[in-house]
Design a protein around this ligand. Sequence first.
Ligand code: AMP
Length: 144
Amino acid sequence: MSNYQTLLMAVDLSEDSHAVAAKAAALRDAYGATLHIIHVIEPLSFAYGGDIPMDFSGIQEEIHQQARTQLTAFGEKYGVTEANRHIVLGRPEVEIHALGEELGVDLVVVGSHGRYGLALLMGSTANGVLHGATCDVLAVRVGS
Ligand code: AMP
């Protein structure tokens, strides 16, 4: 098996993200690879669209600011340089694929909850990332 050279870990900034980050950082160290981190912010307009005639820009900027603060803490804890920390607006699976291709990553690391029943039918980000991925994907079991 060839060594992984460029890794991308996707974090939703929940407590579970530490399990994902710890695995990704261990792989980075084992392979001597470069590690990038992505957090995707879903625009409020995706959820509330034209239903609520409201300007979301202030709240959106606040969400962005909080994400920046949390991602900085994550990056510092797991040794990801500032240039390799990415905050993107959009749908998580779409943006994770897009950044992965842009950076030429050879492994994407995501968290995966053991889902069943309705939740399984509704799908998950890990499934979305796996489908259509052009590189390997590691799904780290998180939560319960
Ligand atoms: P979920 O399927 O939404 O429970 O998320 C499972 C995993 O997908 C998380 O542990 C992250 O690795 C990734 N993920 C979910 N949401 C985001 C997000 N907004 N930005 C980046 N990664 C995410």
